[in-house]
Design a protein around this ligand. Sequence first.
Ligand code: ZN
Length: 153
Amino acid sequence: MPRRIEGEVVRLQCRSCASIFHAFTFSGDTDMVTGDLAFATRVDSAELALAEAPSADRLDEDDGAREALEARIADALGRPGFRAPRLLRFEEPPPPPDPAQWQHYRAAKVVYQCIACPTGEAVEITRLSVRAFVRSSGRINLLGDLVLDQAGG
Ligand SMILES: [Zn+2]
């Protein structure tokens, strides 16, 4: 039975090598909904692969789990080169010069380990709806029975 998922695309750029790649933030009402979902991405095209992964909750600490996911995605798509980046932290934006702007919600930016260079950190530069990502020539590969909800944006 198909499983409907939703979320948004985060465009990242490495502070060291300037490579651009994408992350996917799954959204759901509780962790139970998205806790077994994972993504992989690549630097040579605006592309993501989304998959169910029992190890999704320990990918950031477990190199072996990331490599296994990357191998499974390469196998399923018949193409190597997808990488599961490691989430390093969330970064608070600097305070605005004008205190009146505090009333606006300022979301923390995600920082991932770069997948193109050994020590670089890739920081969020923008967020896109799935629809906007696909419209800008992005591509999302779905593994298994996943179906992506493209509502909004
Ligand atoms: Zn880099």
